[in-house]
Design a protein around this ligand. Sequence first.
Ligand code: FMN
Length: 207
Amino acid sequence: MNPVIEALTFRHACKKFDPEKKISRQDLDTILAAGCLSPSSFGMEAWKFLVLESKQVLQQLRPACWDQAQITDASHVIVILARPELVTPGNEYVKDSFMRRGLPEDATLAYIDRYKWYMETEVFPEMSTYAWCAKQCYIALANIMTAAASMKIDSCPMEGFEKDRVETILKIDTQKYEVAVLVALGYRAGEQPPRRRHTKETLIEYR
Ligand SMILES: Cc1cc2nc3c(=O)[nH]c(=O)nc-3n(C[C@H](O)[C@H](O)[C@H](O)COP(=O)(O)O)c2cc1C
């Protein structure tokens, strides 16, 4: 079987982790590398990966995450933070991001203008900068889960949390960072339930 499809077949939203099993630092580094290597619109990388491993912190966090057991049973929880302030048009970071491409100055300036135009005409009428950054964070989320699955490590993506409460508990500087999504990582305890998916015929169309 294709190794990516094999990993995606192994992956389930794990509801029950074995609280005794820990992910090695080496495997965790590989999982985080997959997050860092993820693509983002205009290459902005407007994210940060906050890795929680302290049982005490995870115990504190659980009630703000709908009291879901994955938070305390998982080996690690990665909080993917969006960085809307960083990528607001006009921020020096935006300029630096385009400059690191090493293009001639006029091409860099054209990119900066195009970015501002794109954000103002396509993004802002539809969503906040936070929502735009969060979309990118979900790409990193997917890569993190697939990388984990490729090493037979289980995961659960988690949107079931109270954002403000989580940010307060984790002492997040919300002027700069906002929680996009969480992912619990560890090893399954027992069998996973059967997967349910719509048929390919209903999901795929060729034209
Ligand atoms: C963005 C996102 C957020 C999710 N949040 C939760 C969650 O808070 N708790 C949970 O148990 N499952 C959560 N899930 C898991 C979904 O319920 C699950 O992926 C879906 O039912 C399909 O099952 P599968 O992933 O095992 O194939 C989430 C999934 C995604 C993609």
